[in-house]
Design a protein around this ligand. Sequence first.
Ligand SMILES: [Mg+2]
Ligand SMILES: [Zn+2]
Length: 161
Amino acid sequence: MEKAVFFDRDGVINKEIGDYVFELEKFELNESVVVVMREAIEKDYKLFVVTNQSGIAKGVYGHENVDKIHRHMTKILREKGIQLAEIYYCPHHPDYSNCLCRKPGSLMLEKAVARYGLDVSKCIMVGDRDRDIESADRIGIKGVRIESNAPLEALLPLLVE
Ligand SMILES: [Mg+2]
Ligand SMILES: [Zn+2]
């Protein structure tokens, strides 16, 4: 069975700016994620992004903005030799509709586990909010909480062969 590292997006992969990131110029990569992702690939982890994007439900931006940011993110990571397996995002917000995907819900993680045949006991979820960790807890994945925008090198010892 495969193993994976799941990354929250805002505050982990790119800088949390205290507002929605839906314009390319506001997407600033946390450079340390490159080190961690490369090491994870080296150790045969698949890489996923799981992100709440409730700005869509609120009408602040659209799916096309998220797609554009994600194409940009995919491109800059690929230029650094990093291939993401999949990016999952939840466009919902409980003020407008209920869903199972918004973290702390675990549906985004469950989809990846089912589709890629992941062994949850070997997976890691990295996030900067309690809800990221709770999402992982719900399906038995180890959650690692970091401070928003913090360097990620502390994750390196958690990656195993
Ligand atoms: Mg975050
Ligand atoms: Zn959702």
